[in-house]
Design a protein around this ligand. Structure first.
Ligand code: HEM
Length: 197
């Protein structure tokens, strides 16, 4: 009998990670290039960017069908926390952003992957907010870990996502959705910082 083993196919979440690795690296660099934690003013610009992203996704987090697929989803919505952060810092709350234009429920899953994953990297950003004297109940609420811990929450989300039975075409839509979410974030970043340049 041959001892050769076939490579395990990547899980859905791992495939998403691989498909958006380059987009993530670019976003990470772009965000940090604008030194979001250098002053409260620059943090305010970053909060406006987060406001657009999480605001555009709020309808997805609250969508009933998606909540049936991913129980507990609505509790992960970070838009109210972004608004509370702006409020804490007495910064004007921008008008509520338009809902993201998302082609299908499968694409929405990709957008959610992007948004939920961003909460992992938020651990680093949250630490930086200390230098501005911000914390989980003042100004940095939306970057704070969930009370069960960041990793546990992420693992639970990934488990839910990986357990969904999808066709190959639907899986391609999930990936397209994740890529579209990164593109959206990048475009909004250029718009927000273009306005303050
Ligand atoms: C300066 C800004 C950012 C930094 C420094 C950063 C850093 C990180 C780090 C270190 C991880 C891996 C954490 C771990 O495995 O424990 C991560 C994961 C992730 N980040 Fe970011 N990130 C940033 C911004 C963003 C943004 C803006 C988005 C989305 C729009 C994003 C989406 C993701 C996703 C989807 C993952 C999960 C990757 C996976 O599948 O494991 N990140 N980030």
């Amino acid at each position: 009998m041959s001892t050769a083993t076939l490579a395990e196919p990547l899980s859905r979440a791992k495939q998403l990670k691989a498909s958006t690795h380059t987009a993530h690296e670019k976003i990470d660099k772009l965000v940090m290039r604008h030194e979001p934690f250098q002053s409260l003013e620059s943090y305010g610009h970053f909060l406006r960017l987060q406001h657009v992203f999480h605001g555009a996704l709020e309808p997805v987090y609250l969508n009933e069908n998606l909540n049936n697929l991913l129980p507990g989803l609505s509790q992960l919505n970070r838009f109210p926390a972004v608004e509370a952060d702006l409020n804490d810092l007495e910064m004007p709350i921008p008008p509520s952003p338009e809902a993201a234009a998302i082609g299908s429920a499968y694409q929405a899953l990709g957008w959610l992957y992007c948004s939920e994953g961003s909460n992992l990297g938020a651990a680093i950003l949250f630490k930086h907010t200390r230098q501005l004297n911000l914390h989980e109940t003042h100004g940095a609420r939306h970057l704070a870990a969930h009370e069960d811990g960041r990793a546990l929450h992420w693992r639970a989300f990934v488990q839910q996502l990986d357990a969904l039975e999808l066709t190959e075409e639907q899986d391609q839509e999930v990936i397209a959705g994740a890529r579209a979410a990164f593109d959206f974030y990048r475009d909004q970043l250029h718009r927000v910082y273009g306005e303050v340049a």
